[in-house]
Structures are given as C-alpha cells and as structure tokens.
Design a binder for this molecule. Structure first.
Ligand SMILES: *Cc1c(COP(=O)(O)O)cnc(C)c1O
Length: 231
C-alpha cells in the first residue's frame, strides 16, 4: 500500500462516514472512527497518524505490543479489539487506552487491578454476543445488567458502552444492540459515562451508523485486504 493509496482511502472512509451520517440524519462528529491496523506495518500507522488519524485498533497482543513500542513517540490512542485472554490482561492494562472485548467480570477485575495508577482509567466496552453465535466471544444478553452494575464499580476502569460483532448480513443485530444500549442508559447510575456503541466494520459501517453506532472499526476499507493472518 503506497502512501498515496492510504491517503486516498482515508479520505474515502471519512466521506463514507459523512454520507452515512447524513442519511441517518446524524452528526458525523458523533461517530468516531477506529483504524484497524492488525497485520499492517507500523509504517502505515505512522503515515495515517501524520494525516491526522489518532485512534488505532489491534487484535493480536504480541503484534500490537511491537507496534506500540516502535511508535511510542507518537500520541496514538491504542484500542485492543481482539479476544481478551485472562493471562494477558496486564499488558492490556498497561499499554492501551481502550479494551473493547470485555465479556466477563474476572477480566474486568484484573484490568482494574493492573491499571497503573499514573494512567487515566482504562476505557472499556462490554462485548455482547448479540446474535447468539456459538463460537463467538461476548456475554449473553441476560448477563448485561449485572455485568454493567459490577464493572461500573471498579475503580480504574471507565465502562463506556457496548461492542458487538454480528454475523455478516445480520443487520437486525445493530438495531437490537442499540435498543439494549438505550435500555442500559435508563438504569445506569452515571448515564453520561455510557456513551459508546462500538459497531460496524468496512462492509457494514453505513448500516451500523444508521442504527446508532458511535464508533466504527475500519480495517479493509482503509488498508486494503489483509495479506496474512498470523493467528
Ligand atoms: C478485523 C476487525 C475489524 C475490521 O474489519 P474490516 O472488515 O477489515 O473493516 C473490526 N472489528 C474487529 C473486532 C476486527 O477483528
């Protein structure tokens, strides 16, 4: 991917988000855009950063830690969007600003305990298995209320909202997630802190924005196809 391609794709994605917002009668400023850089080199991240993109999402811890080290002079906001393993929480607590894939209390507790005191609270999204996929991560719908209540009490975390990865073509899941998000907001102890709905990827960002997403996670549309998968 050349620098020119990256710059062109960045503008394209921004334009797609603006158009989808317009159609949804929403303000494009209310939709954050996370550049999903898994499998792509630190060099490409640095180039996008120079063009103004500050938030990047990674899925694989080892790969992410290498890039974070290589790019430590840049003020990148790092998001971990992969599956969270219980024995890897320390690195996540120390190196990231956001973790999207929290789906169990024990994971949240470990992240809170391991968050260094000199850093801001770690931003968290609760991942919900919204369409009941057998192989997928995420808590069940009926676990959400209790998890929200318990995770919200942990001192070094800031629970911001929900994250979902619905089955392809299952657009109804976005609407269901938005309903769940609104429901939680009604009984949430600090509703102003409950402000993030992390949903939508390259292929379905317009539908996610239509349904109410506040953060889309975009890889392929920005970087092109992933050329290898290392895990
Ligand atoms: C890889 C990935 C994305 C980006 O998907 P694209 O289809 O490449 O835009 C978004 N979210 C998660 C959780 C991912 O793993």
């Amino acid at each position: 991917m050349t620098s020119l391609d990256l710059a062109t794709n960045l503008i394209q994605v921004q334009r797609q988000i603006e158009q989808a917002s317009l159609q949804a009668k929403r303000n494009a400023q209310d939709i954050q855009f996370l550049a999903v850089s898994k499998t792509h080199p630190a060099q490409s991240i640095a180039e996008l950063y120079q063009l103004g993109q500050k938030a990047f999402g990674e899925n694989y811890l080892q790969e992410a830690l290498e890039k974070i080290e290589q790019l430590k002079d840049l003020e990148i906001e790092w998001h971990f969007i992969g599956h969270v393993q219980r024995n890897k929480t320390k690195h996540l607590a120390e190196k990231f600003a956001w973790v999207h894939g929290v789906d169990r209390l024990i994971i949240a507790e470990r992240l809170s305990n391991q968050r260094p005191q000199n850093l801001q609270p770690l931003n968290i999204c609760l991942q919900v298995n919204i369409d009941d996929q057998e192989s997928k991560d995420g808590c069940r719908l009926d676990e959400v209320a209790e998890l929200v209540e318990k995770i919200s009490r942990l001192p070094n975390l800031k629970l911001r909202g929900l994250m979902v990865i619905p089955k392809p073509e299952h657009l109804q899941a976005f609407t269901t997630t938005k309903q769940l998000f609104d429901e939680v907001k009604q009984y949430h102890a600090q509703p102003e802190q409950w402000d993030t709905l992390s949903m939508g990827m390259s292929a379905d960002m317009a539908d996610a924005i239509q349904a109410g997403s506040t953060m889309v996670r975009i890889g392929t549309a920005l970087f092109g196809a992933r050329v290898y998968s290392n895990q």
